[in-house]
Design a protein around this ligand. Sequence first.
Ligand code: PLP
Length: 472
Amino acid sequence: MRYVSTRGHAEPQSFLQILLGGLASDGGLYVPERYPAISRDELASWRGLSYAELAFALLSRFAPDIPPPDLKNLVARTYTPTVFCHTRPGENAGDITPVRALEPGLYILALSNGPTLAFKDMAMQLLGQLFEYTLARTGQTLNILGATSGDTGSAAEYAMRGKRGIRVFMLSPHGAMTPFQRAQMYSLNEPNIHNLAVRGSFDACQDIVKAVSNDLAFKARYHIGAVNSINWGRIAAQVVYYFKAYLAVVEEIGQEVSFSVPSGNFGNVCAGHIARMMGLPIRRLIVATNENDVLDEFFKTGRYAPRAQTVPTSSPSMDISKASNFERMIFDAVDRDAARIRELWARVDRGEGITLAASEFARVKGFGFVSGRSTHANRIATIRKVFERYGQMIDPHTADGVKVGLEYREAGVPLICLETALPAKFEDTIREALGRAPERPADLADLESRPQRVEVVEADVEVVKQYIAAHV
Ligand SMILES: *Cc1c(COP(=O)(O)O)cnc(C)c1O
């Protein structure tokens, strides 16, 4: 299995070769040269597998350059009930991603049982193991520099805490995160985790990360890397739970199901697209956006026009104006014509909109994609409805997925809505919807009162560089 760039001008690479990197050298994204095909018989034979066993079966197709015993060991250490400890009482803790029926044919896929209560743990926890493994083999070290407005940074820190050869320097906007998010990150006391609260906005944090990454000499000298959402390892890890949910829901292998996915950077639903390309019988991939609806516009019209502005919403992890993984799916939509991607993304990279040709857009539709958008009022109403009707509390992002998913529900086709975070992370919105605080996992009851460790710094590239230089 080799990986090729969507822009066609980079050398094909193996899984381990692209694991620590970001974009390909030609600016494209790595994708498998062809998707591994999973037959019906094979799918049927996977029914009784544990999450870790299924992850091994699938990931060994994507990463044949990792010796199988090593890969088996890595996934077994990742997908355990100790790491994914937030399943509910009464659920089989070994399921890792339980499927909850709201009513016959309508399901929530619980993906947020990891340490940071969001689905990003599903991939990031594996990445932590994979990074430590590959760095140890090559004797390298890695200093991960990132910017976060909340979820991604904490998922990265919980995945990399205590890992040998890895340090994390995470920039967050000083005073802008919720008390829960702050406590989650700043209460980590591992010496390899460095939280820098920047006196500035999230954009200011991101600009600093970009500026440091553009200083190639500094980047090379201090082994600076990232764990952003275009990382192929994250996408590959996410393919697994589509298969797991399918096997949990269907009575007969071959029957079709639909998935509804709260979307931002298009990483989660891109994994669903890949699962479908591998042969998983998926009827529809329902892309749900919030008020930042650049993806909804695309799936309705064929026009993709990244926005200059992102509006802050009550499903903040979907507040994006440009979907960084989108190019991977479009590569398939243009029948893997890298020259066409170069032509289209020359415009996207300049901030201009693009419109697919009719035949290309027809392929997108053939992949099963449909979409919809949700607003604050929809979100509140959906949280309320699901709580009143089914007694289940869902978070604002999951609510966007349920709202849009129900608009496309079809008789006889199971609808699986992906839960991307637990409600405990978004207390204000839950209070607005339900007039009460969200349930919180018992192990996090005292989170905000734990000692916190954070360095407050000015929004200044040199200050951040000096901090890194002094702490490696
Ligand atoms: C990251 C995130 C999303 C969006 O996922 P993408 O892979 O970026 O599309 C949705 N919901 C929550 C809670 C998230 O943290």
